[in-house]
Design a binder for this molecule. Sequence first.
Ligand code: NAD
Length: 332
Amino acid sequence: MSRKIAVIRGDGIGPEIVDATLEVLDHLEVPLEYVFIDAGLARWKREGVPISDEDLEIIRKCDAVLKGPIATPVERKGYRSVNVLLRRFLDLYANIRFFKSNPLSPMGNLDIVFFRENTEGLYSGVEFRPLPEVAISLRVITEHASRRILLKAFRYAVENNRRKVTVVHKANILRETCGLFLETAEEVARNFPQIEVEYSIVDATAYKLIKNPENFDVIVSTNMFGDILTDEAAALVGSIGLVPACNLGDEHAMFEAIHGAAFDIAGKGIANPLGLMMSATHMLKYLGFQEKANILENAIWRVLSIGKVLTPDLGGSSTTRELVKEIIKFLD
Ligand code: NAD
């Protein structure tokens, strides 16, 4: 049965890596029907809105979303993040990011799965300036959102034979917000006696991720801590361009690489599309095309093992197009 995918090509290198990924999916002959949605900074500049309400409704009716990065510039007043909007609109509360060593990684034995709460925390958007020289941001943490991300992480651990879940917090200072997250974690953890639980303060976690990353298994945290720690973890697998992610809710799913629009290399034809391709393998599994997902994953692994056709972020000098051609060679 054909599945309907909303495709957002996004900003910066987005169109280059999305087109590369669609080309590979076409070669795999997965029965997917694409609905292209124009969203992001370019649309905002043209039309004054980064995405329309009609488009959001179209996305809601699709089976999944495949998304390139969308820019959220610091200096544009009145521009709200499409990423945050989509996560809230589709209630994609779990941002799951995968850090697995590949043949090029500086560390050989990593297999960390990071669950980042995706809808609240310091990214709730509740900010104001009571005085011109005072700015306030509210860090909203609810028991409901904490419980569901924690449950998602612990259930994943059980279903995937994982050993340990590390709960990352800063409850020694943020006594109310992280305190509630921690209390909820302790309660949820009691229902999973087979899983070892570790509680780790965020700054110490940042250090331990570099010092002994192989000690981590599944990690779960609040929104901004997760955002920062996962970019740090990306360096451990070799390039931010290699890391896939899923944004999952109970009814919808969106797949994207963890990196941003990379304007510094946009249009040069050298962007690494593998993070998005790996995200597409997670989309294929989610949609029930496990075999196709395995073929694509194996092809990516083969190309990385051979190590001859690599984009500059991986130490090579190949273009995105050359890398796509190389992946396609291993799909048959
Ligand atoms: P970035 O991830 O775009 O870039 C950081 C560095 O990594 C740059 O040097 C870039 O060239 C490199 N890089 C990133 N992806 C790469 C790839 N696929 N291949 C090769 N090199 C790659 O981070 P940034 O510069 O801070 O952000 C740029 C814009 O992207 C910002 O507007 C930000 O808001 C947005 N962003 C979007 C998302 C998303 O859509 N989910 C995520 C992060 C950042």
